[in-house]
Design a binder for this molecule. Structure first.
Ligand code: DX5
Length: 227
């Protein structure tokens, strides 16, 4: 069974104390952190530039992944790798002028490649680049904000993505993002996900550690039922 990875989204963090929250999440057992990068154009929200993430990079040892929700982000991506220290760059294919070229460039920089699919974006965007992909991210909300309701209708898409990954024979992670919490993580896990983003639900627990332990246990239990 592939390992369960719990990835807090810093979108729910205290923006006045980002470094402190990153350190608390590391101490609580998070596997890595996701930075939701929003440009106010592709999604109606603006969040983290590379300088902000770089400031937090110096404060924790956790791997960082950058979920880029921005139109034509190609000119910025190198700074998220080299300045902000993100070891994975996740893009929405419809925002890229030449996706294959961008994915190849990300690998050249030594970072890993994620493909994020919004609810209406088809899995076919992954079909011809599976040799370059390290992770498929199935959005279980429409991108732009935390705290939205989980779209259980995306579970069939998660399962189809899992079948695609198995057919590829490659070690590709399958991540879900949006509305993931104690009541939804089991469904996403049963559908085939093994990497789970949590923002608002994680911040609702009494402690980060309690949340990470509970979410991981729920995902593991759901996935063991499948074996
Ligand atoms: C949407 C964001 C959110 C975030 C997680 O663009 O990508 O999905 O990471 O937020 P919650 O867990 O609060 O839905």
């Amino acid at each position: 069974m592939t390992t369960t990875t719990i990835v807090p989204s810093t979108l729910s963090a205290d923006f006045a104390n980002l470094g402190r929250d990153c350190q608390a999440l590391e101490a609580a057992g998070a596997d890595r952190l996701q930075w939701d990068v929003m440009d106010g154009t592709y999604v109606p929200n603006i969040t983290f530039g590379p300088d902000v993430i770089a400031a937090c990079r110096r404060m924790v040892g956790l791997p960082f992944e950058a979920h880029i929700m921005a139109d034509r982000p190609e000119d910025l991506l190198e700074r998220y790798v080299k300045q902000a220290g993100c070891e994975m760059i996740i893009c929405h294919p419809e925002t890229l002028g030449m996706p294959h070229r961008t994915y190849h460039q990300i690998k050249e920089w030594g970072s890993r490649v994620g493909i994020a699919l919004s609810p209406a974006t088809p899995l076919s965007h992954c079909e011809d680049v599976m040799d370059l992909v390290d992770m498929i991210l199935i959005m279980t909300v429409n991108p732009g904000f935390g705290g939205q309701s989980y779209l259980s209708s995306m579970e069939q898409k998660v399962t189809r993505a899992r079948l695609m990954i198995e057919a590829s024979g490659r070690d590709i992670e399958l991540e879900v993002d949006g509305g993931i919490g104690p009541d939804t993580i089991a469904g996403a896990a049963k559908a085939g996900a093994n990497v789970f983003i949590s923002g608002s639900a994680l911040w609702r627990y009494d402690s980060f550690e309690e949340g990470i332990v509970d979410l991981r246990a729920r995902a593991d239990a759901a996935r063991q039922d499948m074996d």
